[in-house]
Design a protein around this ligand. Structure first.
Ligand code: ATP
Ligand code: MG
Length: 424
Protein backbone atom coordinates (compact mmCIF):
# COMPACT_ATOMS: atom_id res chain seq x y z
CA UNK A 1 0.00 0.00 0.00
CA UNK A 2 1.40 3.40 -0.96
CA UNK A 3 1.42 6.38 1.38
CA UNK A 4 -0.82 8.54 -0.77
CA UNK A 5 -4.38 7.30 -0.81
CA UNK A 6 -5.81 6.82 -4.27
CA UNK A 7 -9.12 8.39 -3.31
CA UNK A 8 -9.73 11.38 -1.13
CA UNK A 9 -12.89 13.15 -0.03
CA UNK A 10 -13.71 16.17 -2.20
CA UNK A 11 -12.32 19.53 -1.11
CA UNK A 12 -14.64 21.20 1.37
CA UNK A 13 -16.61 17.98 1.91
CA UNK A 14 -14.88 16.32 4.86
CA UNK A 15 -15.88 13.15 6.68
CA UNK A 16 -17.37 13.61 10.12
CA UNK A 17 -15.36 11.24 12.31
CA UNK A 18 -16.80 9.42 15.35
CA UNK A 19 -15.92 11.97 18.05
CA UNK A 20 -17.34 14.93 16.10
CA UNK A 21 -20.28 12.78 15.02
CA UNK A 22 -21.08 12.00 18.65
CA UNK A 23 -20.93 15.68 19.62
CA UNK A 24 -23.02 16.57 16.55
CA UNK A 25 -25.63 14.01 17.47
CA UNK A 26 -25.86 15.47 20.96
CA UNK A 27 -26.21 18.97 19.48
CA UNK A 28 -28.99 17.78 17.19
CA UNK A 29 -30.84 15.86 19.91
CA UNK A 30 -30.65 18.84 22.27
CA UNK A 31 -31.85 21.27 19.59
CA UNK A 32 -34.76 18.91 18.80
CA UNK A 33 -35.75 18.92 22.44
CA UNK A 34 -35.85 22.73 22.53
CA UNK A 35 -37.78 22.97 19.24
CA UNK A 36 -40.35 20.51 20.45
CA UNK A 37 -40.77 22.55 23.65
CA UNK A 38 -41.68 25.49 21.42
CA UNK A 39 -44.23 23.48 19.43
CA UNK A 40 -42.18 23.00 16.28
CA UNK A 41 -42.60 19.98 14.01
CA UNK A 42 -39.69 18.52 12.09
CA UNK A 43 -39.57 18.69 8.30
CA UNK A 44 -37.16 16.74 6.10
CA UNK A 45 -37.08 17.96 2.54
CA UNK A 46 -35.08 16.23 -0.23
CA UNK A 47 -31.46 17.18 -0.87
CA UNK A 48 -32.27 17.75 -4.54
CA UNK A 49 -34.82 20.23 -5.90
CA UNK A 50 -35.70 21.78 -9.20
CA UNK A 51 -33.12 24.54 -9.69
CA UNK A 52 -35.80 27.22 -10.01
CA UNK A 53 -36.86 26.67 -6.40
CA UNK A 54 -33.56 28.30 -5.48
CA UNK A 55 -32.98 30.79 -8.29
CA UNK A 56 -36.46 32.28 -7.81
CA UNK A 57 -36.12 32.65 -4.06
CA UNK A 58 -32.47 33.30 -3.26
CA UNK A 59 -32.08 35.75 -6.13
CA UNK A 60 -30.33 35.57 -9.51
CA UNK A 61 -27.46 37.85 -8.61
CA UNK A 62 -26.49 36.48 -5.23
CA UNK A 63 -23.20 34.58 -4.81
CA UNK A 64 -25.09 31.36 -4.17
CA UNK A 65 -27.04 31.38 -7.42
CA UNK A 66 -24.35 33.00 -9.53
CA UNK A 67 -21.53 30.63 -8.77
CA UNK A 68 -22.02 28.28 -5.84
CA UNK A 69 -24.82 25.86 -6.69
CA UNK A 70 -24.24 22.22 -7.54
CA UNK A 71 -26.58 22.02 -10.49
CA UNK A 72 -26.97 19.42 -13.19
CA UNK A 73 -29.48 18.07 -15.65
CA UNK A 74 -31.09 14.84 -14.45
CA UNK A 75 -31.97 11.86 -16.64
CA UNK A 76 -35.31 13.35 -17.52
CA UNK A 77 -33.69 16.57 -18.71
CA UNK A 78 -34.77 18.59 -15.66
CA UNK A 79 -32.42 21.16 -14.23
CA UNK A 80 -31.89 20.24 -10.57
CA UNK A 81 -29.65 21.47 -7.74
CA UNK A 82 -28.38 20.23 -4.41
CA UNK A 83 -29.97 22.46 -1.80
CA UNK A 84 -27.71 25.36 -0.73
CA UNK A 85 -30.10 26.31 2.08
CA UNK A 86 -33.26 25.06 3.78
CA UNK A 87 -35.85 27.84 3.54
CA UNK A 88 -36.75 27.72 -0.17
CA UNK A 89 -37.51 23.95 -0.11
CA UNK A 90 -39.63 24.43 3.02
CA UNK A 91 -41.67 27.18 1.38
CA UNK A 92 -42.03 24.97 -1.69
CA UNK A 93 -43.38 22.23 0.63
CA UNK A 94 -45.61 24.68 2.55
CA UNK A 95 -47.33 25.72 -0.66
CA UNK A 96 -47.37 22.22 -2.17
CA UNK A 97 -49.08 20.69 0.88
CA UNK A 98 -51.58 23.52 1.17
CA UNK A 99 -50.59 24.40 4.74
CA UNK A 100 -51.61 27.98 4.06
CA UNK A 101 -55.22 26.79 4.18
CA UNK A 102 -54.75 25.78 7.80
CA UNK A 103 -55.14 28.87 9.90
CA UNK A 104 -52.50 30.01 12.36
CA UNK A 105 -48.77 29.61 12.33
CA UNK A 106 -46.74 26.70 11.02
CA UNK A 107 -43.60 26.18 13.08
CA UNK A 108 -41.03 23.90 11.45
CA UNK A 109 -37.47 22.89 12.22
CA UNK A 110 -34.96 21.00 10.12
CA UNK A 111 -31.41 19.75 10.24
CA UNK A 112 -29.17 18.35 7.56
CA UNK A 113 -26.52 18.94 4.91
CA UNK A 114 -26.41 21.95 2.56
CA UNK A 115 -24.14 22.42 -0.47
CA UNK A 116 -22.39 25.54 -1.71
CA UNK A 117 -19.33 25.62 -3.93
CA UNK A 118 -17.50 28.25 -1.87
CA UNK A 119 -13.79 28.58 -1.21
CA UNK A 120 -13.18 26.19 1.71
CA UNK A 121 -11.61 27.66 4.85
CA UNK A 122 -12.05 27.34 8.61
CA UNK A 123 -15.80 27.32 9.24
CA UNK A 124 -16.62 27.46 5.52
CA UNK A 125 -17.23 24.21 3.68
CA UNK A 126 -18.86 22.98 0.51
CA UNK A 127 -20.97 20.40 2.27
CA UNK A 128 -21.94 21.82 5.63
CA UNK A 129 -24.82 21.26 8.01
CA UNK A 130 -27.51 23.52 9.32
CA UNK A 131 -30.04 23.35 12.11
CA UNK A 132 -32.84 25.74 11.29
CA UNK A 133 -36.31 26.96 12.18
CA UNK A 134 -39.13 28.67 10.28
CA UNK A 135 -42.38 30.27 11.48
CA UNK A 136 -44.73 30.64 8.52
CA UNK A 137 -48.19 32.20 8.27
CA UNK A 138 -48.04 35.70 9.72
CA UNK A 139 -45.88 38.69 10.47
CA UNK A 140 -45.41 40.64 13.69
CA UNK A 141 -42.82 41.66 16.26
CA UNK A 142 -43.96 39.04 18.79
CA UNK A 143 -43.28 36.31 16.22
CA UNK A 144 -39.79 37.70 15.60
CA UNK A 145 -39.18 37.98 19.33
CA UNK A 146 -40.26 34.38 19.92
CA UNK A 147 -37.99 33.17 17.12
CA UNK A 148 -34.99 35.10 18.48
CA UNK A 149 -35.76 33.83 22.00
CA UNK A 150 -35.89 30.29 20.60
CA UNK A 151 -32.51 30.77 18.88
CA UNK A 152 -30.99 32.10 22.09
CA UNK A 153 -32.34 29.12 24.04
CA UNK A 154 -31.12 26.62 21.47
CA UNK A 155 -27.61 28.11 21.60
CA UNK A 156 -27.58 28.19 25.39
CA UNK A 157 -28.79 24.59 25.66
CA UNK A 158 -26.08 23.66 23.16
CA UNK A 159 -23.46 25.10 25.56
CA UNK A 160 -22.44 28.01 23.36
CA UNK A 161 -21.32 30.90 25.58
CA UNK A 162 -20.39 34.46 24.79
CA UNK A 163 -22.33 35.01 21.57
CA UNK A 164 -23.72 38.35 20.40
CA UNK A 165 -27.10 38.85 18.73
CA UNK A 166 -27.13 41.59 16.07
CA UNK A 167 -30.38 42.89 14.64
CA UNK A 168 -31.48 45.25 11.89
CA UNK A 169 -34.50 46.00 9.74
CA UNK A 170 -34.53 46.03 5.95
CA UNK A 171 -37.99 47.64 5.86
CA UNK A 172 -40.63 46.91 3.23
CA UNK A 173 -39.90 46.84 -0.50
CA UNK A 174 -40.75 50.52 -0.87
CA UNK A 175 -38.30 51.48 1.89
CA UNK A 176 -35.68 49.25 0.42
CA UNK A 177 -35.95 50.65 -3.07
CA UNK A 178 -35.62 54.20 -1.75
CA UNK A 179 -32.68 53.18 0.35
CA UNK A 180 -31.04 51.40 -2.57
CA UNK A 181 -31.36 54.56 -4.61
CA UNK A 182 -29.65 56.55 -1.84
CA UNK A 183 -26.93 53.93 -1.45
CA UNK A 184 -26.27 53.93 -5.20
CA UNK A 185 -25.97 57.71 -5.11
CA UNK A 186 -23.58 57.49 -2.20
CA UNK A 187 -21.43 54.95 -4.03
CA UNK A 188 -21.28 57.04 -7.20
CA UNK A 189 -17.72 58.25 -7.75
CA UNK A 190 -16.41 55.80 -5.12
CA UNK A 191 -16.23 52.76 -7.40
CA UNK A 192 -12.41 52.89 -7.57
CA UNK A 193 -12.39 51.89 -3.88
CA UNK A 194 -14.57 48.82 -4.47
CA UNK A 195 -13.66 45.28 -5.49
CA UNK A 196 -14.62 44.12 -9.01
CA UNK A 197 -17.59 42.22 -7.68
CA UNK A 198 -18.97 45.19 -5.79
CA UNK A 199 -18.43 47.56 -8.71
CA UNK A 200 -20.81 45.34 -10.65
CA UNK A 201 -23.14 44.86 -7.70
CA UNK A 202 -23.40 48.60 -7.20
CA UNK A 203 -25.41 48.46 -10.42
CA UNK A 204 -27.18 45.08 -10.16
CA UNK A 205 -27.89 44.51 -6.46
CA UNK A 206 -26.50 47.37 -4.43
CA UNK A 207 -27.44 46.03 -0.95
CA UNK A 208 -24.94 43.20 -1.52
CA UNK A 209 -22.11 45.76 -1.36
CA UNK A 210 -22.83 46.12 2.36
CA UNK A 211 -22.24 42.38 2.80
CA UNK A 212 -18.85 42.28 1.07
CA UNK A 213 -16.06 40.91 3.23
CA UNK A 214 -13.35 42.81 1.35
CA UNK A 215 -11.61 45.32 3.64
CA UNK A 216 -11.55 48.16 1.10
CA UNK A 217 -15.24 47.75 0.37
CA UNK A 218 -15.96 47.77 4.07
CA UNK A 219 -14.12 51.05 4.36
CA UNK A 220 -16.07 52.61 1.52
CA UNK A 221 -19.44 51.60 2.97
CA UNK A 222 -18.58 52.54 6.55
CA UNK A 223 -19.88 56.08 5.99
CA UNK A 224 -22.83 55.06 3.81
CA UNK A 225 -26.34 56.20 4.80
CA UNK A 226 -28.18 53.88 7.18
CA UNK A 227 -31.28 52.01 6.11
CA UNK A 228 -32.97 52.97 9.34
CA UNK A 229 -33.27 56.52 7.99
CA UNK A 230 -35.40 55.17 5.14
CA UNK A 231 -37.92 53.04 7.03
CA UNK A 232 -41.56 54.06 6.62
CA UNK A 233 -43.57 54.78 9.73
CA UNK A 234 -45.07 51.35 10.07
CA UNK A 235 -41.74 49.54 9.51
CA UNK A 236 -40.06 51.81 12.03
CA UNK A 237 -42.81 51.21 14.60
CA UNK A 238 -42.56 47.47 14.02
CA UNK A 239 -38.81 47.58 14.56
CA UNK A 240 -39.12 49.71 17.69
CA UNK A 241 -41.74 47.39 19.11
CA UNK A 242 -39.52 44.38 18.47
CA UNK A 243 -36.65 46.03 20.34
CA UNK A 244 -38.98 46.83 23.23
CA UNK A 245 -40.21 43.23 23.44
CA UNK A 246 -36.67 41.84 23.29
CA UNK A 247 -35.64 44.18 26.11
CA UNK A 248 -38.64 43.08 28.19
CA UNK A 249 -37.64 39.46 27.61
CA UNK A 250 -34.09 40.24 28.81
CA UNK A 251 -32.64 39.20 25.47
CA UNK A 252 -29.43 41.17 24.96
CA UNK A 253 -28.96 42.40 21.38
CA UNK A 254 -27.00 44.98 19.43
CA UNK A 255 -28.35 47.05 16.60
CA UNK A 256 -26.27 46.98 13.45
CA UNK A 257 -27.77 49.21 10.79
CA UNK A 258 -25.48 47.97 7.98
CA UNK A 259 -26.38 44.32 8.56
CA UNK A 260 -27.71 42.66 5.40
CA UNK A 261 -28.07 39.01 4.43
CA UNK A 262 -26.59 36.97 1.60
CA UNK A 263 -29.98 35.95 0.20
CA UNK A 264 -32.38 38.29 -1.57
CA UNK A 265 -35.63 37.12 -0.02
CA UNK A 266 -35.27 38.96 3.28
CA UNK A 267 -37.64 41.78 4.29
CA UNK A 268 -38.02 43.66 7.58
CA UNK A 269 -36.31 42.14 10.63
CA UNK A 270 -32.96 40.41 10.07
CA UNK A 271 -30.45 39.16 12.61
CA UNK A 272 -27.15 37.39 12.98
CA UNK A 273 -25.40 35.68 15.89
CA UNK A 274 -21.63 36.07 16.12
CA UNK A 275 -19.14 34.18 18.21
CA UNK A 276 -15.53 35.19 18.97
CA UNK A 277 -14.18 31.61 18.60
CA UNK A 278 -14.93 31.65 14.89
CA UNK A 279 -12.37 34.12 13.50
CA UNK A 280 -13.17 35.55 10.09
CA UNK A 281 -16.25 33.34 9.66
CA UNK A 282 -17.83 34.66 12.82
CA UNK A 283 -21.53 34.13 12.12
CA UNK A 284 -22.74 31.00 13.87
CA UNK A 285 -26.38 31.64 12.97
CA UNK A 286 -28.37 34.04 10.84
CA UNK A 287 -31.90 34.68 9.76
CA UNK A 288 -34.75 37.08 9.34
CA UNK A 289 -38.16 37.76 7.92
CA UNK A 290 -39.10 36.93 4.35
CA UNK A 291 -42.69 38.08 3.97
CA UNK A 292 -42.71 38.11 0.16
CA UNK A 293 -41.29 34.67 -0.52
CA UNK A 294 -44.46 32.54 -0.51
CA UNK A 295 -46.01 34.83 -3.12
CA UNK A 296 -42.81 34.98 -5.12
CA UNK A 297 -42.84 31.19 -5.27
CA UNK A 298 -46.36 31.10 -6.62
CA UNK A 299 -48.27 30.69 -3.34
CA UNK A 300 -50.53 32.98 -1.37
CA UNK A 301 -49.17 35.86 0.64
CA UNK A 302 -48.00 34.68 4.07
CA UNK A 303 -45.63 36.34 6.48
CA UNK A 304 -42.68 34.17 7.44
CA UNK A 305 -39.45 34.25 9.37
CA UNK A 306 -36.64 31.83 10.17
CA UNK A 307 -33.00 31.23 10.94
CA UNK A 308 -30.25 28.70 10.37
CA UNK A 309 -27.36 27.71 12.63
CA UNK A 310 -24.14 26.41 11.03
CA UNK A 311 -23.29 23.10 12.71
CA UNK A 312 -19.58 23.09 11.79
CA UNK A 313 -19.28 26.57 13.30
CA UNK A 314 -21.18 25.34 16.35
CA UNK A 315 -18.56 22.61 16.74
CA UNK A 316 -15.91 25.36 16.92
CA UNK A 317 -17.91 27.42 19.40
CA UNK A 318 -19.34 24.89 21.88
CA UNK A 319 -17.71 24.22 25.20
CA UNK A 320 -17.08 20.47 24.87
CA UNK A 321 -16.28 20.16 28.55
CA UNK A 322 -19.96 20.76 29.23
CA UNK A 323 -21.21 18.13 26.79
CA UNK A 324 -22.10 14.69 28.15
CA UNK A 325 -20.83 11.67 26.29
CA UNK A 326 -20.89 7.93 26.64
CA UNK A 327 -17.79 6.73 28.47
CA UNK A 328 -15.37 4.54 26.51
CA UNK A 329 -16.40 0.86 26.40
CA UNK A 330 -15.13 -1.52 29.06
CA UNK A 331 -12.40 -3.71 27.63
CA UNK A 332 -12.82 -7.41 28.47
CA UNK A 333 -9.45 -9.20 28.47
CA UNK A 334 -8.71 -12.93 28.91
CA UNK A 335 -5.48 -13.27 30.90
CA UNK A 336 -4.59 -16.21 28.69
CA UNK A 337 -5.72 -17.60 25.33
CA UNK A 338 -7.51 -20.52 26.97
CA UNK A 339 -10.04 -18.14 28.62
CA UNK A 340 -10.82 -16.35 25.38
CA UNK A 341 -14.15 -18.02 24.64
CA UNK A 342 -15.39 -17.29 28.18
CA UNK A 343 -14.24 -13.65 27.84
CA UNK A 344 -15.90 -13.41 24.44
CA UNK A 345 -19.20 -14.59 25.86
CA UNK A 346 -18.84 -12.27 28.90
CA UNK A 347 -18.32 -9.23 26.63
CA UNK A 348 -21.40 -10.15 24.59
CA UNK A 349 -23.48 -10.65 27.73
CA UNK A 350 -22.41 -7.19 28.93
CA UNK A 351 -23.47 -5.75 25.58
CA UNK A 352 -26.82 -7.49 25.82
CA UNK A 353 -27.33 -5.93 29.25
CA UNK A 354 -26.55 -2.43 27.95
CA UNK A 355 -22.97 -2.12 29.23
CA UNK A 356 -20.84 -0.76 26.42
CA UNK A 357 -18.04 -3.32 26.02
CA UNK A 358 -15.21 -4.22 23.75
CA UNK A 359 -12.99 -7.24 23.29
CA UNK A 360 -9.86 -7.73 21.24
CA UNK A 361 -10.50 -10.20 18.42
CA UNK A 362 -7.05 -10.05 16.89
CA UNK A 363 -5.13 -12.18 19.43
CA UNK A 364 -3.13 -9.43 21.18
CA UNK A 365 -1.19 -10.45 24.31
CA UNK A 366 -2.36 -9.50 27.80
CA UNK A 367 0.45 -6.95 28.03
CA UNK A 368 -0.38 -5.48 24.63
CA UNK A 369 -4.01 -5.14 25.59
CA UNK A 370 -3.30 -3.47 28.92
CA UNK A 371 -1.04 -1.02 27.12
CA UNK A 372 -3.80 -0.32 24.63
CA UNK A 373 -6.36 0.21 27.40
CA UNK A 374 -4.06 2.80 28.95
CA UNK A 375 -3.49 4.58 25.66
CA UNK A 376 -7.20 4.74 24.98
CA UNK A 377 -7.88 6.10 28.50
CA UNK A 378 -10.33 3.33 29.34
CA UNK A 379 -11.75 3.77 32.81
CA UNK A 380 -12.38 0.08 33.38
CA UNK A 381 -11.01 -3.25 32.26
CA UNK A 382 -12.50 -6.67 33.01
CA UNK A 383 -10.02 -9.50 33.45
CA UNK A 384 -11.05 -13.12 32.92
CA UNK A 385 -8.78 -15.89 34.22
CA UNK A 386 -9.00 -19.30 35.84
CA UNK A 387 -10.55 -18.03 39.09
CA UNK A 388 -13.19 -16.00 37.24
CA UNK A 389 -14.20 -18.89 34.99
CA UNK A 390 -14.41 -21.27 37.96
CA UNK A 391 -16.35 -18.93 40.26
CA UNK A 392 -18.44 -17.28 37.54
CA UNK A 393 -17.02 -13.90 38.52
CA UNK A 394 -15.30 -11.04 36.77
CA UNK A 395 -12.28 -9.07 37.97
CA UNK A 396 -13.01 -5.37 37.57
CA UNK A 397 -9.95 -3.15 37.30
CA UNK A 398 -10.39 0.57 37.82
CA UNK A 399 -7.71 2.04 35.57
CA UNK A 400 -7.88 5.55 37.02
CA UNK A 401 -7.53 4.49 40.64
CA UNK A 402 -5.38 1.43 40.02
CA UNK A 403 -7.70 -0.75 42.17
CA UNK A 404 -9.44 -4.02 41.41
CA UNK A 405 -12.26 -6.11 42.81
CA UNK A 406 -13.89 -9.48 42.15
CA UNK A 407 -17.59 -9.09 41.37
CA UNK A 408 -20.44 -11.29 40.24
CA UNK A 409 -21.59 -10.60 36.68
CA UNK A 410 -24.75 -8.86 37.96
CA UNK A 411 -22.79 -6.67 40.37
CA UNK A 412 -20.48 -5.65 37.54
CA UNK A 413 -23.43 -4.76 35.32
CA UNK A 414 -24.89 -2.58 38.06
CA UNK A 415 -21.62 -0.78 38.56
CA UNK A 416 -20.82 -0.20 34.90
CA UNK A 417 -24.23 0.74 33.57
CA UNK A 418 -25.37 4.35 33.20
CA UNK A 419 -22.01 5.94 33.93
CA UNK A 420 -21.74 9.57 32.86
CA UNK A 421 -18.86 11.36 31.27
CA UNK A 422 -18.01 14.64 29.54
CA UNK A 423 -15.40 15.69 26.99
CA UNK A 424 -12.63 16.75 29.37
P1 ATP B 1 -21.58 33.86 5.79
O1 ATP B 1 -21.82 35.32 5.83
O2 ATP B 1 -20.73 33.36 6.91
O3 ATP B 1 -21.18 33.38 4.45
P2 ATP B 1 -24.28 33.34 5.09
O4 ATP B 1 -24.79 34.70 5.11
O5 ATP B 1 -23.95 32.73 3.77
O6 ATP B 1 -23.02 33.19 6.06
P3 ATP B 1 -26.66 31.85 5.71
O7 ATP B 1 -26.86 31.44 4.33
O8 ATP B 1 -27.62 32.76 6.32
O9 ATP B 1 -25.20 32.40 5.94
O10 ATP B 1 -26.51 30.53 6.61
C1 ATP B 1 -26.71 30.52 8.02
C2 ATP B 1 -25.51 29.94 8.73
O11 ATP B 1 -25.03 28.76 8.08
C3 ATP B 1 -24.29 30.85 8.77
O12 ATP B 1 -24.41 31.77 9.81
C4 ATP B 1 -23.18 29.86 9.02
O13 ATP B 1 -23.11 29.51 10.38
C5 ATP B 1 -23.63 28.66 8.23
N1 ATP B 1 -22.97 28.60 6.93
C6 ATP B 1 -23.29 29.28 5.80
N2 ATP B 1 -22.47 28.95 4.79
C7 ATP B 1 -21.61 28.03 5.29
C8 ATP B 1 -20.50 27.28 4.73
N3 ATP B 1 -20.15 27.41 3.46
N4 ATP B 1 -19.84 26.43 5.56
C9 ATP B 1 -20.20 26.27 6.84
N5 ATP B 1 -21.22 26.93 7.41
C10 ATP B 1 -21.92 27.80 6.66
MG1 MG C 1 -22.22 32.95 2.65
Amino acid sequence: MGNTPKYKALRGMPDTLPEDAEVTRWLEDTARYVFENFGYGEIRTPLLEETEVFTRSIGEDTDIVEKEMYSFTDRGGKNVSLRPEGTAPIIRAYIEHGWHNVSGLTRLYYMGPMFRGERPQKGRLRQFHQIGAEIIGASGPYIDAELIFNLKMVLEELKVDGFTILINSLGCSKDRSEYMKALSEYLEGKSSGLCDNCRRRARTNVLRVLDCKNRDCKKVVSAAPSILGYLCRSCLEYYQQLKKILAEMDIPFKEKSDLVRGLDYYTGTIFEVRHPALGAQDAVAAGGRYDELTEQMGGPSAGATGYAIGVERLLLAVDRKKIPRRPPPVLVIPVDKEYFSHAFSTANQFRARGVSSDIDLTGRSLKGQMRRAGKESRDFVILIGEQEVKEGEVLLKNMREGTQQALSFDEAVKKLKGRDDTYA
